[in-house]
Unconditional design. Structure first.
Length: 352
């Protein structure tokens, strides 16, 4: 297989973690006989310094021309002024919109060897925690009409039936490859947009008779996630609810440096990135955990390229390294002496 991958290092630890992910891509190329052409693209604070904008048009064009985009992270104290007109996150939003990625897929799982990193009690987490949050990414209150009038301010939650249908289909398809249960999260007791959400999800569900749909109010979902997380498998959510619940779910795993994500749309092209930021506090020290970015490569191979065996080889290599006790500093909780970013990348490559 021959594919083009746009690679965005970004800022902070972005450069270091992407270097490890690229090593993994090269290893997969070599072992499975594929050709992945990598094109490096500038975005984020580094692009602001050089071009005055976070996502120059030519960067977006290169990403649109690729089969998939792999992103490290953007931002840092230098560009963190919230009143600044040009900010690194504009690059992220511009990229998601420019690639028409309306579905954010975030797996959150507790790796057995890292179970002690979870802030939840053993008795709660012992049943296992392995869920996928499917979040609508380009609609809802973050994109609705907003403004100020006199001494008040407003934001509008608005969803159309086609927007709900397409994200629901993605959740149902993911559920078909998992435990065949979807918890659809809403606030239908209060919000009209949630009532439309619930009706639409129920209608789409008729096309997926093998899937069980459970409607759950967002406040209850937030509570149940820490009370009894193993009841969940796929959670389908609107933009704002997914933003909050996916962060909650990621904290249950206890290791932000381990979690990957994918953003996809109608075609096979997708944007793959770790859920963490650019971690300026540890940048340039060779201590960042590259696993979230490496697992983002696995998601890219699986979702955009359909290379399931290759994706599974990466997952298995990560598991094997963890089982043998190798840890970067962020996940070294049992007094293990931590290994560096590059060493972790090399070990995972060796085991693929
Ligand atoms: P962060 O995720 O960068 O860091 C939070 C904490 O987790 C820090 O202590 C950091 O050292 C640690 N951490 C994060 N990733 C790690 C890794 N791979 N290995 C080990 N430790 C890791 O969040 P923040 O501190 O709130 O934000 C820092 C910058 O990143 C800000 O400028 C923010 O705007 C930006 N940011 C970017 C993205 C993105 O690019 N998608 C997402 C979130 C934040």
């Amino acid at each position: 297989m021959r594919k083009n991958i746009a690679v965005i290092e970004g800022d902070g630890i972005g450069v270091e973690i992407i270097a490890q992910a690229v090593k993994v891509i090269k290893k997969i190329e070599q072992k499975f006989g594929h050709i992945f052409n990598l094109e490096y693209v500038e975005m984020g604070g580094c692009a602001i310094d050089k071009y005055g904008v976070a996502l120059p048009d030519f960067s977006l064009e290169k990403c649109r021309a690729a089969d998939a985009v792999l992103l490290g992270a953007v931002g840092g104290p230098k560009w963190d002024d919230p009143t600044a007109k040009v900010r690194p996150e504009q690059g992220l939003l511009g990229l998601r919109a420019g690639l028409e990625c309306y579905a954010n897929i975030r797996p959150a799982k507790v790796y057995k060897p890292l179970a002690e990193a979870s802030p939840l009690k053993d008795s709660i987490i012992s049943e296992g925690f392995d869920i996928v949050v499917v979040r609508e990414l380009t609609g809802g209150i973050y994109f609705g009409e907003s403004g100020r009038e006199g001494d008040s301010a407003y934001d509008t939650e608005r969803y159309s039936i086609p927007e709900i249908e397409r994200i629901a289909r993605i959740a149902f398809k993911i559920a078909q490859g998992r435990k065949k249960i979807v918890h659809s999260v809403d606030k239908a007791n209060v919000l009209e947009s949630s009532r439309l959400w619930r009706e639409t999800v129920a209608r789409v569900a008729k096309d997926y008779p093998d899937i069980t749909v459970v409607n759950i109010l967002v406040d209850n979902a937030a509570m149940q996630l820490v009370r009894n997380p193993s009841q969940f498998d796929v959670m389908l959510t609107s933009n704002i609810f997914g933003d909050i619940l996916s962060d909650e779910a990621s904290q249950i795993t206890g290791s932000i440096g381990m979690l990957a994500s994918a953003s996809t749309g109608d075609g096979s092209r997708g944007l793959y990135e770790p859920i963490h930021g650019s971690a300026p506090d540890i940048a340039g020290k060779n201590i960042a955990n590259p696993i979230a970015t490496i697992l983002s490569v696995a998601m890219m191979l699986d979702i955009s390229f359909g290379l399931k065996e290759e994706a599974a080889a990466i997952d298995a290599a990560v598991n094997s390294v963890l089982e043998d006790g190798f840890r970067t500093a962020d996940i070294a909780t049992n007094g293990e002496s931590p290994i560096g970013t590059t060493e972790m990348g090399s070990l995972i490559c060796e085991r693929i």
